[in-house]
Design a protein around this ligand. Structure first.
Ligand SMILES: [Zn+2]
Length: 330
């Protein structure tokens, strides 16, 4: 009888948990219009103009940019997720070869298909070169040209490319590439047009630097912003939204940290006590963020944003204790 009762209890529990899981899913907000998927053409990718000479290729949740210059094609990132479509997409607009690849940053998911193009020149920030030297990968050849400091302008085949390093952000060495003649700006893994940031800004190296990177983008004049992910390119309004979301997330997290009591663990398990506290902070800030942004950006009400709040709380604890967002702008 006891056995029957306990298995019955278990069955009821499983059933209740299943209901809770499915109702939690059903409670997700519908995707806002700006976050909606875009129908894929038969060729399996979208190719979009950006000014006179710029093009953006979008497929499989990734984006890459290329610019046709007088001396060949300059490709900005070569994501493996686009490996099968990038060459046909370039071929569809020009017979010129890819002579130069510019790395936004060292992450494999953005540059791991570089060797498909055998470029003669690869340009990156010196911090990206250092990371690739520490972790050599034949799929991510070392840059042939690097720059240090905050800005570097290079003219390739008559087209000017301005490379800007706002300091460590999503990743050390992650740069902004501006093509003024096409009013085109590229920066990977920072602004996700229509969407909340990816989980914890993708293990963001320096969370305050992410705000400063937004400001560096907004200091430029552009029509098209390429963020490297999701369904579409962005505009200045998308970058402004992403910045405002960062400020709200930071500020609400900071407030929640100030109002959530910390309870030490009587058994000395300090990790568990801190985990409980970080989660309580994130629960509080997350509810307020969903209220304000849930109908404006995709994914705000998912666990990704909860994790992003925890990442901000850790940064507020370690990088920038008690510093308000306004004091972080350059
Ligand atoms: Zn990345």
């Amino acid at each position: 009888m006891t056995k029957f009762t306990s298995s019955l209890t278990r069955a009821v529990l499983v059933c209740l948990l299943a209901t809770a899981a499915s109702s939690a899913h059903a409670e997700l907000l519908p995707l806002p219009e700006g976050a909606q998927p875009v129908e894929m053409p038969a060729e399996g990718y979208i190719i979009q103009r950006a000014g006179e000479t710029g093009y953006v290729v979008i497929a499989n949740g990734y984006q890459a940019t290329f610019v046709v210059t007088d001396d060949g094609v300059v490709l900005i990132d070569a994501p493996p997720a686009l490996a099968s479509v990038l060459a046909p997409a370039i071929k569809s607009v020009t017979d010129k070869a890819v002579t130069t690849v510019i790395y936004t940053h060292d992450h494999f998911d953005h540059i791991g298909a570089t060797t498909d193009f055998a470029p003669t020149t690869i340009i990156a920030h010196e911090d990206t070169a250092k990371l690739l030297e520490i972790f050599p990968d034949p799929k991510r050849p070392a840059p042939t040209q690097t720059f240090s400091g905050e800005t570097h302008s290079v003219t390739i085949g008559g087209t000017e490319f301005d490379l800007i390093y706002p300091g460590p952000n999503h990743e050390a060495g992650n740069i902004i590439i501006s093509v003024p003649s096409d009013r085109l700006v590229v920066m990977a893994d920072l602004v996700m047009p229509g969407w909340a940031p990816w989980r914890g800004w993708g293990n963001g190296d320096h969370i305050p630097g992410i705000l400063q990177a937004h400001d560096a983008i907004l200091a430029l004049d552009f029509d098209t912003y390429v963020g490297g992910h999701v369904y579409r390119t962005g505009t200045r309004a998308d970058v402004e939204d992403s910045r405002a979301f960062w400020v709200d997330l930071w500020t609400l997290t900071q407030e929640a940290m100030g109002t959530t009591p910390f309870e030490a663990s009587p058994d000395g398990n300090s990790y568990n006590a801190q985990d409980t506290w970080f989660n309580a902070v994130a629960d509080k800030a997350h509810a307020q963020l969903i209220e304000k942004w849930g109908k404006r950006l995709g994914g705000v009400d998912t666990g990704f944003t909860h994790d992003t709040i925890v990442a901000a709380a850790v940064s507020l604890w370690t990088d920038t204790p008690n510093i308000p967002a306004a004091a972080l702008t350059k």
